[in-house]
Design a protein around this ligand. Structure first.
Ligand SMILES: [Zn+2]
Length: 96
């Protein structure tokens, strides 16, 4: 998503500070999906599929400080995200 669009959204919704933490997350989510519009797991398999979900690489439970760190986020499609969550990889992801 373009910066101008994000700024337009900001003007409609109020600033992230005014609206709280979750607005910051939703906005970051849109940035991630804008910069990485295709599912990362599918792409690694040579499949082109639109991403609809943003996943935390290190789960929030183990690294709450990285919740809004863009480097800790990746775009996934719904089925990859569901499979990841079901496999428990997400919970193990941040542990040494
Ligand atoms: Zn996928």
């Amino acid at each position: 998503m373009r910066r101008a669009q994000l700024q337009a959204l900001d003007r409609q919704r109020g600033s992230a500070f005014a609206r709280g933490y979750d607005t910051a997350w939703r906005r970051l989510r849109l940035v991630v999906l804008g910069e990485e519009p295709l599912c990362r797991f599918c792409r690694e398999r040579g499949v082109v599929r639109a991403a609809t979900e943003v996943d935390h690489i290190a789960p929030i439970a183990s690294r709450p400080d990285l919740r809004l760190a863009q480097a800790n986020l990746r775009s996934l499609c719904r089925s990859c995200h569901a499979a990841l969550t079901a496999s428990g990889m997400q919970r193990r992801g941040g542990s040494p």
